[in-house]
Design a protein around this ligand. Sequence first.
Ligand code: GCO
Ligand code: MG
Length: 416
Amino acid sequence: MATQIRSVRAIETAPGGINLLVVKIETNVDGLYGLGCATFCYRTATVKHLIETYIAPLLIGREVNRISDLWQLMHQNAYWRSGPIENNAISGVNMALWDIKGKMAGMPLYELFGGKMRDGIPVYRHADGRDIHELIEDIKGYQSIGLKYIRCQMGAYGGTEYGTACPGAAKNANIGTYIDSNLYMRNTVKMFEELRVQLGDEIEFVHDVHERISPAQAREFCHSLDPYRLFFLEDVVSPENVSWLREIHNYCTTPLSHGELYVNTNEWHNAVIEHSVDYLRSHLSDIGGITPALRMAAFANQFGVQTCWHCPPDLSPVGAAAIIHIDLAIPNFGLQEWSGIKSYQFLQQNKTDDTADALYEVFTGMPEYDNGYVYVSDKPGLGVDIDEKAAARYSCDHPVTLWTQTRNPDGSLQTP
Ligand code: GCO
Ligand code: MG
């Protein structure tokens, strides 16, 4: 008898204070189950409702083997398709089915994807500081645990604390998180000039613009950073302005990475074909899981475009493991982000607060960091497990999201 889906459940948990959503698919074979990441941290309750109300009834009784067929079935089931809510639900199921496939084959997923093309995954971490001295201290801290690639920002993505006054803002301007794009750009160029003077040419820098400047500003900004030889500059425009990438890419020598906000293949097709992006940075669960990520990577490989998947604190260890299994097996791996709440390798090194312990209490088998590289377990499937009782101890809140209420000094909204 074929192995079938018996139940599809969505587990909400927030062990590090950030909402995570993990799908668990149980089968008609005792003890055989799979886990997948469906984490859209600002909408976990909605994705959970979608999974339990619409996706589970669609899937119960179907064969676990048919991963590609079930991906397409879910993708087109509601007729309107391609968006973060539906894609996250599909991702949770898709990763869980791959996890089951690996367990049935008795192999870690990277073996099913063609086997290892590299033995460790080079990663970067986020260094930050209120001023250049704090930033350099943070950078040196990461260098001391072996990191060679480091993202540098001063004050996260810029901007004031939500609700605090913004110097020079228009009278009676709306409450929000204010950013002065010109000031951010001037400070960032000065930052990298100083970092190169103080830290030399060996270290590899990345920087995340986080789409907070206009495309015209981005063209000049990227060019002004050319002398500092960044490994890449990230999200210089929003997905709505992806058509600008070609002009910007031709105007600067700084490699560009883009795509953590992608939810539709049409957002990246042309950018890859035209080589106006150098690294694709999609968030695996926002594009629908492992199946679309493998397809995206294979397509990009034809055009010399590499990967650097999004791996923030709002991705579960299940999703992080899926990323590393793919990174191990594809030819056009570029670099891997490994950020987040004292993220997994940081916990490995410095488990100093209850965030660390909570994450390890809920999830086992997480990818491990060692001296600049991340490694996954060789257990069959994704290699990660979840303790549902522990997960239930870290319930999710669903507050209004504040940090994305970003505004310009004149009070107008700006994409975060
Ligand atoms: C990154 C991302 C994150 C996002 C976060 C949103 O490059 O890691 O930009 O920092 O802001 O994932 O929830
Ligand atoms: Mg980013």
